[in-house]
Design a protein around this ligand. Structure first.
Ligand SMILES: NC(=O)c1ccc[n+]([C@@H]2O[C@H](COP(=O)([O-])OP(=O)(O)OC[C@H]3O[C@@H](n4cnc5c(N)ncnc54)[C@H](OP(=O)(O)O)[C@@H]3O)[C@@H](O)[C@H]2O)c1
Length: 227
């Protein structure tokens, strides 16, 4: 069952120091903006240490490699929570996502940070009682490797019970778009509209990540998002 919410205004007042992995990415940049607009202090990580498109005094960009647990330990230390918008580069095997997941979990443990909100994939969400989105006939073949890697990364997280994790997946389709503040969530299920279309803008997905970080409604959960 999907939950509907309209969240244009956040009344959250407990500001956090957040380490944002993948801050230079398409979802990451929007997440950095959403979090800083809410008053959180954000340290944004990319491999180069450069993050374009985020204009906020409470934002600092730093360099780090998310496949390296030592880097994650150093970077995460002193933060209240870690948010990931990590994704493999086009020239890498999608399975590097599982390396990132292992390094991030290890690094958080060593840094004594116990909250992780991870941007996942929609492929492992249910579209029927026994069917995942990735198993459907129409699932694009070119998306299969990254969708499989995202499911493998989820399986690693699902074995983890000493961190308060949330695995938040976009809709089947996510693109740059409008920040409407209205979206729905469903635990382990794909969120689709009445026509069966599953979509969310990157701006609204960033709201969903920030809401989950603040409200902890889906700890130890694979959460689908969409309209
Ligand atoms: N429908 C769906 O299920 C769906 C659709 C879209 C995206 N997603 C998922 O959402 C996530 C983010 O997507 P996106 O489109 O925003 O990705 P993106 O634009 O490619 O951004 C990926 C980010 O990860 C960073 N990164 C990659 N390797 C790294 C490493 N070793 N160390 C540190 N940072 C690293 C990149 O930073 P640098 O390259 O600057 O270092 C960049 O900031 C991905 O996991 C993707 O699979 C799911």
């Amino acid at each position: 069952m999907a939950l509907y919410r309209i969240a244009t205004i956040s009344y959250y007042t407990q500001y956090m120091d957040v380490l944002l992995l993948g801050a230079s990415g398409r979802i990451g940049q929007r997440t950095a903006t959403e979090l800083t607009d809410r008053g959180h202090a954000v340290t944004g990580v990319s491999r180069s240490g450069t993050v374009d498109g985020v204009e906020a005094a409470e934002f600092v960009a730093v360099a780090g490699d998310a496949t390296n647990a030592d880097d994650i330990t150093k970077l995460a230390t002193g933060h209240d929570a870690v948010v990931s918008a990590l994704g493999p580069s086009d020239d890498e095997s999608p399975e590097v996502l599982t390396e990132m997941m292992e390094a991030v979990i290890d690094g958080l443990r060593r840094a004594a940070v116990d909250r992780l909100v991870w941007t996942g994939g929609a492929g492992g969400l249910k579209v029927g009682p026994d069917t995942m989105l990735i198993e459907t006939e129409d699932f694009p073949e070119e998306w299969e490797p990254i969708a499989r890697a995202a499911i493998d990364a989820y399986d690693i997280l699902d074995e983890t019970d000493d961190l308060k994790w949330s695995y938040v997946a976009p809709a089947a389709l996510i693109e740059p778009g409008e920040r409407t503040g209205a979206y729905r969530t469903a635990e382990h299920e794909l969120v689709a509209d009445e026509e069966g279309d599953s979509y969310i803008s990157m701006e609204d997905f960033a709201i969903a990540l920030a809401d989950e970080l603040e409200e902890e409604n889906a700890v130890y959960t694979y959460l689908g998002t969409g309209y």
